[in-house]
Design a protein around this ligand. Structure first.
Ligand code: GH3
Ligand code: MG
Ligand code: MG
Length: 353
């Protein structure tokens, strides 16, 4: 029993059930359900091929005797395989292929699967050079054409699957890149992002001789919210502060969750005065947040804010963050619920409550 399972190579025992380790990417039903178009100006040729494919189990076989229709049909249906005659009145198979290639390259960016079925062996090489993936001569053997159709569809479907997996992978990478720089509770940027972003913004401010403000927030006595109302209430409050911060900055600014109940705003181009006014507005707005958790109002939570501005209070990220942190510390020391700006030479400016 074990030997048989192992010799199959694709099943293993996991828990109490058998799980497929690597399911085939393209199954037989996938191939039989793939969409096929037959193009030939002679109706009896079309009927012969159609019947042959249907008898072999193919479920999605369409046909046309008008070569001028092929491109429109392909644009509408994006066939997995086109069986194409070469000698047709109005538009020959080479012209059809040219037009199909343009559609694939321009609109679908895909893989054009054309199997040329021709009565002129002399045209085989040219057909292959112009993009046919395979060529078969009329009269053909049923078993040979069926084998070629199957092989071509397998490649086409594998190509489709690889593209799909590629897109899934791209999305995954994009999601991961976003996760790496996002705080999961508040959806604000996290500290890691700030550390990448701030030096770049400082460099930009230096190049353009403009200013930049760093505002550091710390909620006052926030531990009490958790102690009295529970952690869930604390989380809900942090989320509303985040929403408030996100709503009051410009597109060129960023809001980060710096730590537990600490937030940082980076305001590009802001002067000290502008930053102090904005901080003051936010301080008041936080005081006005009135959240209710399970019918209980959380009451007022105040916030202390420290501000540092490039280039007055520092010309690098660490110096600016330190200056903002020191100003915040001073706001706490001076009674909380206030905005304090760092000042060159360690003095500070403060707005009153
Ligand atoms: P201070 O005015 O000195 O800043 O007082 P404080 O209580 O805010 O400061 P402290 O540093 O003593 O406590 C911070 C509190 O923030 C304690 C911690 O439980 C809470 N906190 C930090 N992160 C989270 C979080 O993700 N969710 C919740 N609910 N609380 C958090
Ligand atoms: Mg804190
Ligand atoms: Mg605090």
């Amino acid at each position: 029993m074990e030997a048989t399972e192992r010799s199959k190579g694709s099943y293993s025992r996991k828990g109490s059930s058998f799980e497929r380790e690597s399911p085939p990417m393209v199954t037989s039903p996938d191939i039989l359900n793939a969409s096929i178009l037959i193009v030939d100006d002679v109706p009896t040729n079309v009927e012969l091929l159609e019947r042959m494919l249907q008898l072999a189990g193919y479920t999605s076989v369409a046909s046309t005797t008008d070569p001028l229709e092929v491109c429109r049909l392909h644009r509408e249906n994006q066939y997995d395989l086109i069986l194409l005659d070469l000698m047709m009145p109005g538009m020959d198979g080479f012209q059809v292929m040219d037009c199909l290639t343009k559609i694939e390259e321009g609109e679908f960016g895909g893989y054009l699967s054309v199997l040329v079925v021709t009565g002129q062996p002399a045209h085989k090489l040219r057909a292959l050079q112009l993009g046919a993936k395979d060529v078969i001569s009329k009269p053909f053997e049923t078993s040979e054409i069926l084998a070629r159709v199957r092989n071509m569809l397998e490649i086409r479907l594998l190509n489709k699957e690889a593209k799909k997996q590629g897109r899934i992978l791209e999305q995954l990478v994009e999601d991961l890149q976003k996760q790496i720089i996002t705080d999961p509770l508040t959806n604000l940027y996290n500290r890691r992002f700030l550390q990448e972003y701030l030096p770049q913004e400082i460099a930009k401010a230096r190049r353009t001789s403009s200013s930049l403000a760093v505002l550091m927030f710390d909620l006052d006595f926030f531990k009490r919210i958790n102690d009295v109302f529970g952690h869930e209430a604390g989380d809900a409050f942090l989320k509303s502060v985040a929403t408030l911060l996100r709503g009051c900055i410009r597109e060129s600014d960023i809001a980060c969750r710096y730590g537990g109940e600490e937030f940082v705003l980076v305001l590009s181009g802001a002067s000290l005065d502008g930053a102090m006014k904005k901080a003051e507005r936010i301080r008041k707005a936080v005081m006005e947040l009135d959240l209710t958790i399970r019918g209980k109002p959380l009451g007022t939570v105040s916030t202390s804010i420290g501000i540092a501005v490039y280039p007055e209070h520092g010309t690098g990220m660490e110096a600016l963050l330190r200056a903002a942190d020191e100003a915040l510390y001073e706001a706490k020391e001076n009674g909380r619920n206030r905005v304090v700006a760092s000042e060159p030479g360690d003095e500070s400016r403060e707005t009153k409550k």
